[in-house]
Ligand binder design. Structure first.
Ligand code: CP
Ligand code: NVA
Length: 330
């Protein structure tokens, strides 16, 4: 398997074999990290991380992964670079591509990350756009595989805002890996029809399926994984909160949903999550609308079914695998 020089912009560009290869590599790097076996395979190389939106996991995973591989890492936020305001994406890409071996981008438009990749001349990795969050998918697939020792045939139900970046990406990831994906949401928050059609075509080839339903009992029945994400994503106006709460409250992941799922079902969330009142936004929503928890109950979040911190840790190992695979001729 040779992924040298490739960008990682959406899982649509990767075959199931390539995804499996990245997961295997991540598993090896995780084992080495836990055993404190160094893997400074990219000594003396450099990467730059461009963040137009905030981040804890993705930024830290790229920074630690880069350093574990022996690389120099530069972090740039919009306030500290010329990108976008004084310099076009095309020009920024050509400048950074002369200095760095790889570029990570988190921001709004999927087109921006595509343009970066077109002009940089070095691999570009998508750290989340409004449309996709592909590095999150590798961590999620690794976490599911660690729990169930397989991906094929696993039934994953995404409850809530099923047209956001994480849900779009999960639908594609499941289709690629022969899993059964269900979007359980109001019809107005189903993924875009064109992406559903693409995912269905991919699923058919790999023995998976894509189902859309607004019926919670149908959507959660016998699910192996119940997955959710926040109801209002980064970049969306605060004014949509009221409408989202009204629309998505019935799709909260709670004990009733789990009672209908498979016996060994697990709970997943890309994080961050509003499952209590220990966040500023969570508190504001409570004061305005009286909700003490949103997309998932605190009970489920803190339960033994919840694998959210395994998922978070796996961001590191899988992102490291993407960097290593795309920057080295192995
Ligand atoms: N899941 C995820 O991408 O988290 P961050 O926004 O903290 O990077
Ligand atoms: N859908 C969320 C994911 C955060 C990791 C957002 O875009 O804000």
């Amino acid at each position: 398997m040779n992924l040298y020089g490739r960008s990682f912009l959406t899982l649509l560009d990767y075959t199931p074999e390539e995804i499996r290869y990245l997961l295997d590599l991540a598993r090896r790097l995780k084992r080495e990290k836990h055993l404190r076996i160094g893997h400074r395979h990219l000594m003396g190389r450099n990467i730059v991380l461009l963040f137009e939106k905030t981040s804890t996991r993705t930024r830290c995973a790229f920074e630690v992964a880069g350093r574990d591989l022996g690389m120099g890492v530069t972090f740039l936020d919009p306030a500290s670079s010329q990108m976008g305001r004084k310099e076009s994406i095309e020009d920024t890409a050509r400048v950074l591509g002369r200095m760095y071996d790889g570029i990570e981008y988190r921001g709004f438009s999927q087109n921006t990350v595509e343009v970066l990749a077109k002009y940089a001349g070095v691999p570009v990795w998508n750290g989340l756009t409004d449309q996709f969050h592909p590095t999150q998918m590798l961590a999620d697939l690794l976490t599911i595989d660690e729990r169930f020792h397989r991906l094929e045939g696993i039934k994953l139900t995404f409850m809530g805002d099923a047209c956001n970046n994480v849900a779009n990406s999960l639908m594609v990831a499941c289709a690629k890996m022969g899993m059964h994906f269900t979007a359980c949401a109001p019809a107005s928050r189903f993924p875009a029809q064109s992406l559903v059609q693409t995912a269905r075509e991919i699923a058919e080839k790999n023995g998976g399926s894509v189902t859309l339903t607004s019926d919670v009992s149908e959507g959660t029945r016998d699910a192996d994984v119940l997955y959710t994400d926040i109801w209002v994503s980064m970049g969306e106006p605060e004014s949509v909160w009221k409408e989202r709460i009204d629309l998505l409250s019935p799709y909260q992941v709670n004990q009733a949903a789990f009672a209908n799922a498979a016996d060994e079902a697990i709970f997943m969330h890309c994080l961050p999550s509003y499952h209590d009142l220990k966040t500023e936004v969570g508190m504001q929503i409570y004061q305005k609308f009286g909700l003490t928890e949103m997309e998932v109950t605190d009970e489920v979040f803190e339960s033994a079914r919840s694998v959210v911190f395994d998922e978070a840790e796996n961001r590191l190992h899988t992102i490291k695998a993407v960097i290593l695979a795309t920057l080295s001729k192995q």
